[in-house]
Design a protein around this ligand. Structure first.
Ligand code: COA
Length: 710
């Protein structure tokens, strides 16, 4: 056996126990090299007569976070994880897994092969493959349900959710939980003990969690119903459940065969490519892009200005991240209402069982309210979420400059205002930044970090560090009307209105986009967010609208009738008695028809494909302009924004990935054709034209240090 480091896998014999350590930073992913080395070390333990038992262990922050995601889509060398897990399980010498950190995917599957599992208290365990469009391929779909039963096993496999060590103990996934840092010693002791006892080894393939077949099948169907609703359009969760069905109904070896085959099917699916693209896009986006070695400024106390829906959501998110929060409102009653909104968010969490009542009390104890700016003297960060008006914001920032300590970060949550102008209104433009949250701010994962011209690097770094603490996906954006997301949204919504006026009904448009993978089409979304918000955006843009721009009046007509969407019981759809799912409304269709007549437009039919093509062409074209203008750093950042903030189907990776998949020449050709109809709206992005001409993809602009004007 190899005793020297730095091998990706090494062994050391302690009291007759071979400790096999995976050492492949940062997360001990099972690369080709690691799997091969593991196979060799396991084999060596069989031959070595000095070895009585084996412990599997990982160096660093985790036991093992699973397959090396970079290798999917490439040819992977044997032995695969399934072979290693079987090798572990078949060992005649006892094998104990010492689990710590995020033990995921293939990492957990290896541990499932072991004869005994010891976990550190802070460890988490899960099979997250479905999130990447895959199913476990190392025996996980067969061993986990046999060990923990069909209800929990099927749920873990199909949702990808992890469990804590204490929960793992409860469900029988691990045999013992010990204090952090004590897992290796405990595993070595146990391995020695098992060897000495000579007891028959427990092999998970023989575990009896699925013994009551009828019950297991009922439990499986329950999970299937819930998962079916949650993961509409996704292939992997259904396939994963089919594999669990095999575990219930067939022999272990038949199940393994099914799993391998199903894993291969998922591996080859475009959904796998899209979801893995999204995974790496998020990690790339959060790489801070801060020049030099700027360190984030320390943040412990945060002020939130404004207690409306947005301010309250932001406060709730900050509180959950262990920060001290002070909310400022203009008077006592507004403050009470604002604090009430934060409490309500937490009481809902308690009611739904997602937060313990004591934990909610502890969280809320960190929340204070004030109506006096002077009380903000000690905060490290201010997030302004007040009324969207430039003069109001300038006043607030001038006051903040007066009362806040030197070095406090002054952030605005504006969703479109020119942050350079807000910054210029103060004598501390280096401290002013945009932190654009999405509603509800304690739920939505996206945070646009909007970087004005004069902001200091360490303030940008502070924004990214805050996002990390809030468990949000951060994307850097330049300053422009709407930043990355809302600017693109505005354009593709326009394309939808044009199609509606030209002959497609709002319902046809929604259906086409829902079939494409959106949970809700644009008109349904409009009804949810409220027609008054879109109306206000249009009024704001009146002053600067290009005279050549086409203007569809239908939305204004709905607004004038008070049809604002769900909150008024009708919008594009009708919502009788508060129903959440809308019903098509003949009066809306009549209104649309009348407007077409008034405009002299003879309606023409649109196929679902044509609807999707136009919508996507508008989206992709504006996104490319956002890149050209240097507002987004790289195409995959736009994917992250649209997937996490605007409902773009994650399994497609994002609109830039989709554009590459269907081919830039095709998009440029579509834009060329459409610009004959409306040259102003459809003027093609020069970046797209250039890339298409060079036979390049948008993905070639994703490398870390590229200039956007390639
Ligand atoms: N394969 C390859 N690289 C991986 C990886 C994997 N399974 N898991 C994480 N990484 C990389 C990340 O890309 C990142 O690389 P970077 O620093 O170059 O960006 C680095 O490891 C650290 O990961 P990060 O996510 O930044 O750290 P974290 O502490 O926030 O989270 C994990 C760690 C393991 C919880 C998280 O990375 C994760 O969930 N990984 C996916 C695990 C998975 O799905 N495994 C099953 C594969 S089928």
């Amino acid at each position: 056996m190899n005793e020297s480091s730095p091998q990706p896998v090494r062994s050391q014999i302690r009291d007759g126990v071979a400790v096999i350590t995976i050492d492949n930073p940062p997360v001990n992913a099972l690369s080709d090299e690691v799997r091969q080395a593991l196979g060799r070390e396991l084999e060596a333990t069989v031959r070595d007569s000095n070895v009585r038992a084996v412990v599997l262990h990982g160096n660093g922050r985790t036991f093992c976070a699973g397959a090396d995601i970079r290798e999917f889509g490439k040819v992977r060398e044997q032995p695969w994880t399934a072979v290693l897990a079987a090798q572990v399980e078949a060992s005649a010498k006892p094998v104990v897994a010492a689990i710590h950190g995020a033990t995921l995917g293939g990492g957990l599957e290896l541990a499932l092969g072991a004869h005994y599992r010891v976990a550190a208290r802070s460890a988490t365990m899960g099979l997250p493959e479905v999130r990447l469009g895959l199913i476990p391929g190392g025996g996980g779909t067969q061993r986990l349900p046999r060990l923990v039963g069909a209800a929990v096993g099927a749920e873990m496999v199909a949702t990808g959710d992890s469990v804590s060590a204490s929960r793992a103990l409860e469900i029988g996934l691990v045999d013992e939980v010990v204090d952090d840092g004590a897992e290796l010693a405990a595993a070595i002791d146990k391995a020695g003990e098992l060897a000495a006892s000579g007891e028959a080894l427990r092999r998970t393939r023989n575990a009896e969690g699925l013994k009551d077949k009828a019950l297991a099948l009922v439990q499986l169907e329950d999970v299937r119903a819930v998962v079916g609703r949650r993961s509409r359009g996704l292939l992997a969760p259904t396939v994963a459940l089919d594999a669990v069905a095999k575990a219930i109904e067939g022999s272990f070896d038949e199940g393994l065969e099914f799993e391998l085959d199903a894993f291969q099917r998922c591996l080859e699916s475009p959904q796998r490519a899209g979801l893995i693209h999204a995974f790496f896009a998020e990690r790339r986006a959060s790489r801070s892009l801060v020049p030099g070695a700027a360190r984030p400024r320390p943040v412990a106390r945060v002020a939130v200005i404004g207690g409306g829906t947005m301010g309250a959501g932001i406060a709730a998110a900050l509180l959950e991240a262990d920060l001290q929060v002070v909310m400022l409102e203009r008077d006592g009653s507004s403050l009470d209402a604002g604090l009430g909104r934060v409490r309500k968010i937490h009481s809902r969490l308690v009611d739904s069982g997602r937060l313990a009542a004591e934990a909610a009390a502890e969280v809320l104890a960190r929340l204070r309210g004030t109506v006096a700016y002077e009380d903000l003297g000690d905060v490290d960060l201010v997030i302004e979420a007040a009324f969207e008006d430039m003069d109001v914001k300038k006043d607030i920032f001038r006051t903040l400059e007066r009362v806040c300590k030197e070095g406090a970060v002054l952030a605005t949550n504006t969703s479109y205002l020119d942050i350079d102008r807000i910054a210029e209104a103060t004598r501390r433009p280096q401290d002013v930044i945009g932190l654009h949250f999405f509603s509800p701010a304690n739920v939505m994962k996206l945070l646009e970090i909007v970087v004005p011209a004069k902001v200091a690097d360490d303030v940008v770094a502070t924004g990214f560090e805050l996002a990390r603490r809030l468990k949000k996906v951060a994307v850097r954006s330049g300053v422009c009307d709407g930043f990355i997301g809302n600017r693109i949204l505005f354009t593709y919504r326009e394309a939808a209105s044009h199609m509606m006026e030209d002959g497609a009904s709002p319902y046809e448009i929604d259906q086409a986009l829902e079939a494409f993978g959106y949970a809700m089409g644009p008109f349904r979304t409009n009804d949810l967010t409220g027609g008054d918000i879109a109306w206000a955006t249009r009024r704001r843009k009146d002053a600067t609208r290009d005279p050549r721009a086409r203007y569809v009046r239908i939305a204004d007509q709905l607004y004038e009738r008070g049809w604002l969407g769900q909150k008024t019981g009708r919008g594009y759809y009708r919502y009788p008695e508060g129903a959440r799912a809308g019903q098509p409304d003949p009066e809306v269709l009549a209104l649309v028809d009348a407007e077409r007549k008034a405009r002299g437009i003879g309606p023409r039919p649109f196929t679902p494909q044509e609807i999707v093509d136009r919508y996507m062409a508008a989206l992709i074209n504006e996104a490319a302009k956002v890149l050209e203008d240097g507002i987004a750093v790289r195409p995959s950042d736009i994917d992250v924004v649209l997937v996490n903030g605007y409902g773009f189907p994650r399994w497609r990776g994002g609109p830039m990935k989709y554009a590459d998949d269907i081919g830039l020449p095709r998009i440029v050709e579509t834009l060329g054709r459409l610009s004959e109809e409306d040259p102003h709206f459809w003027s093609p992005s020069q970046l797209l034209v250039r890339l298409a001409g060079q036979g390049r993809t948008l993905a070639t602009l994703n490398s870390d240090h590229q200039a956007t004007h390639a």
